[in-house]
Design a protein. Structure first.
Length: 145
């Protein structure tokens, strides 16, 4: 095998096998199976927001604030974006009753000309449904050369 090919393979193995501590911990909080441990959440921001128009190539950062309005810790197991152009962030620790938290996301508008409707799926120990949906829309204008 050629040395250049060996170096490429070794680099690929190294980078594909490494994780940051944040990646290891993400999703490590599990929703309890006992519904007595479920709680409620009150969204302080609308769960359906419009961010107007942005130029193609700009990143749009969005945030949805909430408060744990129940009597048990709110465990957010995962936040999943509806497509790969949006990267979501979630709290790393449970949100205690009465405390506020935020779900953040960043939308990459590169190559997304037109109306974009995005959804964030928040999987948590909430009464009724463990999947909460957050929606946002933005219009992306074509780059002007």
């Amino acid at each position: 095998m050629r040395p250049a090919l060996q170096i490429i393979l070794l680099a690929f193995l190294f980078f594909s096998c490494t994780e940051t501590d944040q990646q290891k911990n993400r999703g490590s909080m599990k929703i309890p199976k006992d519904s007595a441990l479920f709680t409620t959440v009150k969204w302080l921001d609308s769960t359906n927001r419009s961010f107007g128009t942005i130029p193609e190539g700009r990143k749009l950062d969005v945030a949805f604030r909430f408060v744990n309005s129940g009597m048990r810790p709110l465990i957010i197991q995962r936040v999943q974006a509806s497509c790969g152009c949006t990267v979501a962030e979630q709290p790393d620790e449970p949100v205690l009753p009465g405390n506020e938290g935020v779900i953040k996301a960043s939308f990459n508008s590169e190559g997304r000309i037109g109306v974009n409707n995005k959804t964030l799926y928040v999987i948590a120990n909430t009464r009724g449904s463990q999947t909460n949906e957050l929606h946002f829309s933005v219009v992306v204008e074509k780059k002007k050369w």
